[in-house]
Design a protein around this ligand. Structure first.
Ligand SMILES: [Zn+2]
Length: 256
């Protein structure tokens, strides 16, 4: 399996990162994609990727909740300089987040669209983070019609209409993580209408641990619980989920 979205470079793992990776490998997780947040996470992310080069790949981008009116130009410069060295498999995580704060919505959209431009220019997939902002994100995508963007809506949290709209954008996938195992999640019902060929597995570690680890630090090895839940939803064996979603991840993130 491939954990397509993880932050195991964060300090939560400084004491036991080697073990966390060993446990993941024992559970047949062969790779993780480390998603960048902003200029402060670049160094720790690169350090982790350098230490475990066969296990970690990296995505570079500026996260919407890190954007302010004062800093966004510098944040974009830092991410763009990194992308120039060619060691990234995707642009991410990028998007619009109006859940916590709407103050910088204009700047968030500007930063998002600048990075969509880079994705076109560099022919890289995008890892989208969106919360309470599907309308804004789809409005930005409308400006890129015909530019063959591809990517994943990480930790997909929309309804069936949004899911269909994401898939209508072209080569796009839904990133599914621990939330699908939560008791009140509407994801299982939505996924009944969405084929496994559109799904990527992810943890978003250290956040959003699946049941029965909810509330604890998340780890890539918990992809097992997510895969088992998907197997239940799709009425297939977990091995089938692993095989299909790994194929999807390879196609989207590692085909170049
Ligand atoms: Zn993330």
């Amino acid at each position: 399996m491939i954990d397509t979205h993880s932050h195991i470079y964060q300090e939560e793992y400084d004491v036991d990162r080697a073990e966390v990776i060993a446990h993941a490998r024992n559970k047949h997780v062969s790779k993780v994609v480390l998603a960048n947040v902003d200029s402060t996470t670049i160094e720790p992310m690169k350090r982790t990727a350098n230490e475990y080069p066969d296990f970690c790949s990296m995505a570079m981008g500026v996260h919407p909740t890190s954007v302010t009116a004062d800093n966004y130009a510098d944040e974009l410069l830092a991410a763009r300089a990194e992308l120039a060295n060619g060691s990234y498999c995707a642009i991410g995580e990028i998007g619009v987040d109006l859940y916590w704060d709407k103050t910088y919505v204009k700047e968030q959209i500007n930063v998002f669209e600048t990075q969509l431009d880079w994705a076109v220019e560099l022919n890289l997939p995008v890892i989208i983070h969106t919360r309470k902002a599907f309308a804004e994100v789809f409005a930005s995508f409308a400006k890129f019609k015909g530019k063959s963007l591809r990517g994943v809506f990480h930790c997909f949290g929309g309804g069936i209409e949004e899911a269909r709209k994401v898939l209508s954008l072209g080569d796009f996938f839904l990133g599914i993580g621990g939330v699908v195992t939560y008791k009140n999640s509407s994801l299982p019902t939505i996924l009944e209408h969405i084929g496994l060929e559109h799904i990527l597995l992810e943890t978003d570690a250290p956040y959003l641990s699946p049941v029965p680890y909810r509330g604890k630090r998340n780890e890539p090895q918990f992809l097992e619980q997510i895969s088992e839940k998907l197997a239940e939803i799709y009425k297939v064996l977990p091995e089938k989920v692993d095989e299909e979603t790994t194929k999807n991840a390879q196609y989207l993130l590692f085909s170049i």
